[in-house]
Design a protein around this ligand. Structure first.
Ligand SMILES: [Zn+2]
Length: 222
């Protein structure tokens, strides 16, 4: 998959749209304005971020809204898979003193037919309070939702997070894949926001779990 990134950091003031491949860890690019060559600086970009970059390109530049929705859902699912495997592998090392490869957990992930089940199972590895409880106990997250997300009404998210994710991200994705349904710009913007919200919730759960593990805590975290 080709991934676009807009760069303004070469120093000449110009902006370059650079394409790289999903599997690339780093490449050099030439500034379109001054021809200076430099590293792209994508070493630390996880797959989910690369995929959401393409989803944003389809939404804001290519205007292929249905493709943008499919890619937004894919980006969120990339992070779900990554964190599910990460914490399952660490759990096996801590409790059974064995190393299991990430492929060991592919079957378990495939058996979770609904993405929200995968969200719930992944969250349960990092928090004792579930996805909704974690959001309700996190003022920072709630402030972020109020300030940054236009399509995400905070009260609805707090009341029924599962329904909000299904209606705005998972169901549209399924309708495109299974029934070739067309979606408009507004729907694609909402899908992108929910993917980013899901990725942010996961990132904060991961941070909290890491902090708790460093403190030597036995409970999962907040
Ligand atoms: Zn330049």
């Amino acid at each position: 998959m080709k991934i676009p990134i807009r760069l303004k950091n070469c120093g000449c003031g110009g902006e370059s749209l650079v394409w790289f491949m999903l599997e690339d860890t780093d490449i050099r690019y030439k500034c379109a304005h001054c021809s200076k060559e430099q590293d792209l600086g994508i070493q630390n970009l996880r797959i989910a971020i690369k995929v959401i970059l393409r989803a944003q390109y389809e939404l804001f530049e290519s205007k292929d809204y249905s493709l943008s929705i499919v890619l937004s859902a894919m980006a969120f699912e990339c992070d779900l898979n990554r964190l599910y495997k990460k914490w399952k592998m660490l759990e096996a090392m801590r409790e059974k003193k064995i190393f299991l490869s990430s492929e060991h957990f592919d079957d378990a992930l495939r058996r979770m037919n609904r993405i929200f089940d995968k969200f719930k199972s992944t969250a349960d590895l990092m928090t004792d309070h579930g996805v909704t409880g974690f959001v309700n106990n996190s003022p920072d997250l709630q402030r972020l939702i109020s300030d940054k997300f236009v399509c995400v009404p905070l009260e609805r998210v707090k009341k029924d997070l599962k329904k909000a994710f299904e209606e705005n991200l998972f169901f549209p994705r399924n309708n495109i894949i299974h029934a070739a349904k067309q979606y408009d710009e507004k729907a694609a913007k909402c899908a992108r926001e929910f993917a980013l919200l899901g990725m942010t919730i996961l990132e904060k759960m991961d941070d909290a779990k890491i902090a708790n593990s460093r403190r030597g805590g036995t409970s999962k975290n907040l």
